[in-house]
Design a protein around this ligand. Structure first.
Ligand SMILES: [Zn+2]
Length: 268
């Protein structure tokens, strides 16, 4: 702290310096988050150099520290040109899952409004595009073989408050993410007629029924192998849900997770 008047900075300079420091700190946090990912272990479905996940990390660093419109645009173009998504082919790559938290950080703490807007646009592409065949699922801390779109959508839903204050584009991205619902079964009750009623926790938006879902049994080696038809669904605003299966498979257990079946089939 300054100890004498001549050492004390002018209040406005002090404020600018302080906000510059915060901006630098936020950029440092994003750069550290990029460095914390082991990009070399992420598959590159095409084997093309331009789709190398390390190149995604490089482009994310450029986006984070970009200071001019050109620099931001160039970094965003790199990410849109391969590895993260390929906008020409409307294709999303596995590295997009690892890049999503970094882009969400940039939406929240990006140094400039155009960085935030670029990050939102890239996230919308990652959620909307289809993965390459054979690379439409990712390993997550909460389960293996999660559809790539649903894993990205869950990260996006986790930043709800950030996106809600980011205007129309933030709200739109959140609304898209809500469509990739996820339902965790809490209790099951087998009915005398062979049907099953279950209580569950729903993340995302309620969906139309009848609807097809893929069932992830936490104890199964092939979690996405079973599909089920959900005949009816009732929900309240808090995410508590009750649903009905007319023809339940044997392995519907508490702890099982359901995702939209169509998400598991999204691929080029
Ligand atoms: Zn999905």
């Amino acid at each position: 702290m300054p100890t004498s008047p001549w050492q004390r900075p002018h209040p406005s300079c002090f404020g600018t310096k302080r906000s510059c420091q915060i901006v630098r700190q936020n950029a440092r946090v994003s750069l550290d988050a990029i460095d914390a990912v082991n990009w070399s272990t992420i598959p590159n479905p095409t084997w093309h150099q331009c789709d190398d996940p390390e190149r995604v990390a490089h482009a994310l660093r450029l986006l984070t520290v970009s200071t001019t419109a050109n620099e931001t645009g160039d970094a965003a173009s790199l990410l849109a040109g391969g590895g993260f998504v390929c906008s020409h082919a409307a294709m999303v790559f596995p590295a997009a899952y690892a890049a999503t938290p970094v882009l969400l950080d940039l939406v929240e703490h990006g140094q400039r409004p155009r960085i935030k807007e670029a990050a939102i646009g890239l996230l919308a592409d990652a959620l909307g595009y289809f993965p390459t065949a054979g690379h439409n699922r990712v390993y997550t801390p909460y389960g293996t073989d999660v559809p790539l779109c649903c894993a990205i959508a869950r990260l996006i839903r986790g930043r709800r408050s950030t996106l809600l204050v980011h205007g129309k584009s933030g709200k739109q991205l959140l609304a898209e993410a809500e469509l990739h619902w996820r339902m965790t079964i809490e209790e099951t009750e087998h009915q005398p007629d062979g049907t099953l009623t279950a209580l569950a926790a729903l993340e995302g938006a309620p969906f139309a029924t009848p609807g097809e879902a893929e069932l992830h049994n936490p104890h199964s080696e092939r979690p996405a192998a079973t599909t089920v038809w959900i005949d009816a669904l009732t929900t309240d605003g808090s995410g508590a849900a009750c649903f009905h299966l007319g023809q339940p498979p044997s392995e519907v257990l508490p702890g099982s997770v359901l995702y939209p079946a169509e998400c598991g089939r999204r691929e080029h």
